[in-house]
Design a binder for this molecule. Structure first.
Ligand SMILES: C[S@@+](CC[C@H](N)C(=O)[O-])C[C@H]1O[C@@H](n2cnc3c(N)ncnc32)[C@H](O)[C@@H]1O
Length: 257
C-alpha cells in the first residue's frame, strides 16, 4: 500500500477532518476571518436577503463572527466539542449545536442560507448535499468559502513549496467549480483579495493549526515549522515585525432548485 491507495487516502482524510479540536485555542487565535464583501456576494447581494443562516463546520467561529456582524441570526453546527466551546466563548449570540454536514440537527426548510468556511472539503458530499437541501428554505443558497495564501506573491509561493508535508493535498476550491448536485443550480465562483496581519512568529503559529501539519509525525512537523521560521527570518518581507499576509478568498454559491 502507498499514499495513493484509496483506503489510505480515506483514512488520512478522516484523521485530518477530526484534527482541529486538539488545536482549538490556537485555531481561534491564529486563523484568518473572511472579508465582508465575500460574505455579501456569497449570500446573494440584492438577489437574496437571508435572515437565518447556518454556519456549517463552524469551528471556533471565524465565519460566525462575520455573519453576526451582517446582522444575521446564526446557528453554528460543528462536530468537535472543543471547537464549539471556543465559538461559544467568543460569539455567545450564535446558537451552537453539535452536528455534522451529513446529519444536520435542524428541521426541514429552516434556514435561508448554509454557509461553509474552509470545511466543504471535509464533507461526504453524497450525504451532505441532500442534508443541506433539506434544511434550506425554497430558493435558499449554499455558500462555500476558502481563504488561501495569494501565491502570485513570489515569497509566499516559495514559502509554501518549502512547508508542504507528507499529508498535503489539493483543495476543492482549486477547481473551477464544486461537484454538482441535482438539488442545486450550478455553482458560481468569485475571488476576493484579503489579508491577515502576521509576524514571523504568529505565521508559524497559524501553520501549526493546519491539518496537514497536525496529523504528521512530531519529527516531520517540528522540522517543517523550523524550516518555516528560518525562511521567514531571512526573507526581507517578513523578517522584522508585522506584515500583511496576502490572502485570496474564494467563494462558491449555488441556489437550491
Ligand atoms: C478548517 S476548520 C474551519 C472552521 C471554520 N468554519 C472557519 O472558517 O475557521 C474545519 C472544520 O470542519 C469541521 N468538520 C470536519 N468534518 C466535518 C463534517 N463532516 N461536518 C461538519 N463539520 C466538519 C471540523 O471539526 C473543523 O472545525
Amino acid at each position: 500500500m502507498n499514499s495513493s491507495t484509496p483506503g489510505v487516502e480515506a483514512a488520512l482524510h478522516a484523521r485530518r477532518a477530526a484534527s482541529f479540536g486538539a488545536k482549538a485555542a490556537a485555531y481561534a487565535a491564529h486563523r484568518p476571518d473572511y472579508p465582508e464583501k465575500a460574505l455579501a456576494w456569497g449570500l446573494g447581494g440584492e438577489r437574496n436577503t437571508p435572515e437565518h443562516v447556518l454556519d456549517l463546520g463552524a469551528g471556533t467561529g471565524k465565519l460566525t463572527g462575520g455573519l453576526l456582524a451582517l446582522g444575521l441570526v446564526v446557528t453554528a453546527v460543528e462536530p468537535d466539542a472543543k471547537m464549539l466551546e471556543e465559538l461559544t466563548k467568543t460569539f455567545p449570540a450564535a446558537t451552537p449545536l453539535i452536528g455534522t454536514a451529513e446529519n444536520i440537527p435542524l428541521p426541514d426548510e429552516s434556514v435561508d442560507a448554509v454557509v461553509v468556511g474552509q470545511a466543504f472539503h471535509w464533507f461526504d458530499l453524497d450525504r451532505a448535499y441532500p442534508e443541506m437541501a433539506r434544511v434550506l428554505k425554497p430558493g435558499g443558497v449554499v455558500v462555500a468559502l476558502w481563504n488561501h495564501d495569494d501565491e502570485s506573491v513570489g515569497w509566499l509561493a516559495e514559502f509554501n513549496a518549502l512547508i508542504k508535508t507528507s499529508a498535503s493535498r489539493r483543495w476543492l476550491s482549486d477547481y473551477e467549480s464544486l461537484p454538482e448536485h441535482e438539488a442545486f443550480e450550478p455553482f458560481e465562483k468569485k475571488t476576493f483579495g484579503h489579508k491577515q496581519p502576521r509576524t514571523a512568529e504568529t505565521l508559524v503559529e497559524t501553520l501549526a493549526t493546519h491539518s496537514h501539519m497536525v496529523v504528521v509525525p512530531a519529527e516531520e512537523r517540528e522540522a517543517k515549522l523550523r524550516t518555516a521560521r528560518e525562511f521567514l527570518d531571512r526573507n526581507p518581507e517578513t523578517a522584522s515585525g508585522e506584515f500583511d499576509l496576502p490572502l485570496t478568498t474564494t467563494v462558491f454559491r449555488a441556489r437550491k432548485r
